[in-house]
Ligand binder design. Structure first.
Ligand SMILES: [Zn+2]
Length: 116
């Protein structure tokens, strides 16, 4: 972080200074943290595959285990092209994709790995 002063959210003193992860106001002794703002700025939904690799829409992945899909089995190692990542997961499934023989299905990031 920087050495810049922060305006105290309580008394509007411009001399708030940083003490470890806290900001402290020298005038009214108010303490506050900017952590919430930082988290909001840097964390969006994360889509990590079974190996912890970040996935992106349009990626090609392979399943890492046999999956039951409507009475049928999607075999481990099945290649799935052009996945679409969902910001609003459907029943915890955050990948929408089309698989030959299965049509449109939903998968979880945790059951696939990025295909290189
Ligand atoms: Zn203050």
């Amino acid at each position: 972080m920087s050495d810049e002063s922060q305006t105290c959210p309580k008394c509007n003193s411009p001399y708030g200074y940083q003490d470890r992860n806290l900001w402290v106001c020298p005038e009214c002794a108010h303490e506050w943290t900017l952590e919430a703002e930082i988290v909001e700025a840097t964390e969006g939904p994360t889509f990590l595959d079974a190996n912890g690799v970040q996935l992106q829409s349009g990626d090609t992945v392979r399943t890492v285990k046999d999956l039951k899909v409507g009475g049928d089995t999607l075999k481990s190692g099945t290649k799935v092209k052009n996945i679409r990542l969902l910001d609003d997961p459907v029943n915890d499934h955050d990948i929408s994709c089309k698989v030959d023989g299965f049509g449109s299905i939903y998968l979880k990031c945790s059951v696939v790995r990025k295909d290189s």
